[in-house]
Design a protein around this ligand. Structure first.
Ligand code: 4AD
Ligand code: MG
Length: 456
């Protein structure tokens, strides 16, 4: 029996396969029939963006009945010998000895060999993984997910599975999807499934803090839900977030961790997804590879929010939203800082307390908190995080001041009552990071099945 081999493996070491019998399983990208008694089939098996060419002799017993009907999209197994290719563009090809067709594709298969726009592909999310661009995205996501685990596990962080259904609003922004079994019109939440109002989580941070104040260093990596009505190229209603949290860590340690983490993932993409990065560099975002390579070696800049506001005010740029100390930075401001001022990643710290969540540690100036946002070119905010308020009295006062009820956060306050520790953490939006390393402009193109307002 010949070995079943992936196209990726075959093309990585073509010389070691020369003369050997192999089986390749995959999908037909194109078929061309020559008059000389052969068909040429480009086969893609999803292991790499590259195809393998199979040369199929007309002498095969199923040639007229089947091979000539196997068009773009059909699924096949080809068996044959690996030979040096006569044609251009590939070093080896398969000289087929048999071809099994598992499923023909109807002629209306929408992914015929021509250029399709990303907008069009979004209308066929079930078939778009068969395109080069979405295949590359899927492989990068998969590799980088492992990269996330490798990074934290090698530093002694424990992976904690925080709940998806929760009764607390971490960010206090009220952007939550309700989870209920009440019928329309029923409003008594004590009769609801959980005996109170429950939601899909907007962040695993608060639960993560429980484990960080026990295990020391933890991270979460899971789906996150936000019911914000944002129709932008950077917002999803369902996205994946990685949230590390570490006891005995301050803001400076948090910034260092974020920088190391981003660089680790960038190197992981460059080293382990080189075919994919090359593809994006060539087809989607020229210069991407050089940009990523330079990020891996240069130190991130950091500035305070107050300094950022100064820079923006002096920029002479006419922004759609005015810049005033005390109001949140808009995407256009973030992009200006990271793209024009610093031309690279920049960490903005110490935001006004009134635009940030209740749990962030208050600075002595009474106006700002120990927050940090990491901004990167092309995307803007990719990480949000902070040192946490570990002083029970200050935290409780802040909860009241913001109009929340301390009873609702009793368990969170307990973490400060019983052996409080300085601690800090952040959240990286996985999709925003994938946008960053692929250069894809729309976040809907870096997640398999995007959920956005009006679209599930
Ligand atoms: O800044 P955010 O809201 O911070 C938190 O949720 C904190 N609890 C994190 C922490 O400190 N543990 O979100 C963190 C990141 C953002 O920087 C962004 O990358 C991503 O999550 N994000 C989104 N990504 C896609 N679609 C959305 N609607 C997003 N909202 C936030
Ligand atoms: Mg944020």
């Amino acid at each position: 029996m010949a070995d079943i081999v992936s196209v990726r493996t075959l093309l990585r070491e073509p010389d070691s396969y020369l003369g050997r019998s192999v089986v390749v399983n995959g999908f037909v990208r194109t078929r061309r029939d020559s008059k000389g008694g052969f068909s040429f089939m480009e086969i893609n098996d999803g292991s790499t963006v590259k195809n393998i060419q199979a040369v199929i002799p007309a002498a095969l017993p199923n040639y007229n009945e089947q091979v000539l009907k196997a068009g773009t999209g059909a699924s096949v197994s080809v068996s044959g010998v690996v030979v040096a290719s006569q044609g251009k563009g590939q070093s080896v090809e398969i000289s087929a000895e048999s071809l099994i067709i598992h499923g023909f594709a109807d002629p209306d298969f929408p992914l015929q060999k021509k250029h399709h726009t990303l907008e069009f592909l979004r209308q066929i999310t079930h078939l778009r993984p068969r395109t080069n661009v979405m295949g590359c995205v899927a492989r990068v996501r998969s590799r980088l997910a492992l990269g996330v685990h490798n990074f934290f596990q090698s530093r002694g962080f424990h992976y904690v599975h925080t709940p998806i259904i929760t009764a607390s609003d971490c960010e206090g922004a009220g952007q939550m999807f309700r989870v209920t079994t009440l019928k329309p019109g029923e409003v008594d939440f004590s009769q609801d499934f959980f005996g109170k109002m429950a939601h899909l989580t907007v962040s695993g941070q608060l639960e993560g803090e429980c484990y960080a104040t026990a295990l020391g260093q933890i991270y979460t990596f899971g789906p996150t839900f936000r019911a914000e009505n944002s129709h932008t190229s950077r917002h999803l209603s369902e996205f994946w977030m990685i949230e590390p949290e570490a006891s005995f860590m301050d803001l400076a340690g948090n910034m260092k961790l974020a920088e190391d983490f981003i660089k680790h993932l960038v190197v992981c993409a460059l080293d382990e997804c080189s075919d994919e990065v090359n593809y994006f560099d060539e087809k989607i975002a020229p210069g991407l590879k050089a940009r990523l390579s330079s990020i891996a070696i240069s130190a991130f800049k950091s500035i305070t929010y107050t300094e950022a506001v100064d820079i923006l005010k002096k920029s002479g740029e006419s922004f759609a939203y005015p810049v005033e100390w005390g109001s949140d930075l808009q995407s256009e401001h973030e992009r200006y800082l990271t793209e024009k001022t610093f031309n690279g990643p920049v960490i903005v710290t110490d935001y006004p307390r009134n635009i940030k969540a209740f749990y962030m540690r208050q600075n002595d100036d009474g106006k700002t908190v120990r927050a940090m946002d990491v901004l990167v070119p092309g995307v803007g905010e990719i990480i949000g995080g902070s040192q946490r308020e570990e002083r029970a009295d200050v935290l409780e006062a802040r909860i009241r001041e913001m109009g929340f009820r301390p009873e609702d956060y009793a368990w969170y306050l307990d973490l400060r009552k019983y052996g409080t520790v300085p601690h800090a953490g952040f959240g990286l939006g996985f999709e925003r990071f994938i946008q960053y390393v692929t250069g894809l402009e729309n976040i809907r193109d870096v997640i398999p099945f995007p959920r956005t307002p009006g679209n599930a």
